[in-house]
Write a protein that binds this ligand. Sequence first.
Ligand code: ZN
Length: 279
Amino acid sequence: MTLTSENYYSQDANMAYMSVSQFKAFDRCEAAALATLRGEYYPASSTATLVGGYVDAWFSGELSLFQDQHPEVFKRDGTLKAEYIKAQDIISRMESDELFRLLMSGRKQVIVTGYIAGIPFKGKIDSLLDAETCAEIVRRFPGTRAALGDAARGAIVDQKVMRDLQPVWSDEDHCKLPFVEFYGYDLQGGVYQALEGHDLPFILAVGTKETAIDLTALYVSKADLTAGLYQVEDRAPRYQAIKEGKLLPRRCERCDHCKATRKLSSIIDYRDLVPEDED
Ligand SMILES: [Zn+2]
């Protein structure tokens, strides 16, 4: 199956290829991820996701298409809801910064595919910079040299909109993690670098939703990208086997899908009810 911007997010494409977001969905709950792939469960897309999508769409020149597909960004009187007015402010802030603008000046929404642990993967690069632009960036902003290198052949840039830049509490690790690790962006970088195939640096161009909109540009070291890729290579074969119906998915018993499909088989002490995660 050949991927295009039209079919990239289709059910067929998601069955034919694994993606980083699909992998992370399997990490959260295998049963919910499989039900989503089969069209049996539609996870509610949160406003946070939509705001990110709005900013993405703006940078890729597809804002009017996005607005057509998501009429929920508008109020009844046809004006933007407050969150998307904020999204416009974030875009203006990003655009006002020269380095940020250069980082986002590459080829947009470049689809890459390839095999990881023998499994077909797909990815979409927000901004793929060529060697010339990288050299220009390093010349104008010497502080980018560590990230882009002396002889960068290009760079993979992913744009993110975050609540803020603070570490996030992880229930699993019982500590706060840098948001890059909490949200698996190191793993995303490892996959994108492998799919792109030229060992390019992976850069995050980040804006925040804070009242005072903050910006940062981050890179993930080669060692961390490799570690991220290892994690994917480790777990993806199990998830692929679940997709192919060769293994049964595990249920997390906490997500909306598990709640909505729970079958009662016992009566438990009310004190044994497990409290929901607070996040
Ligand atoms: Zn679940």
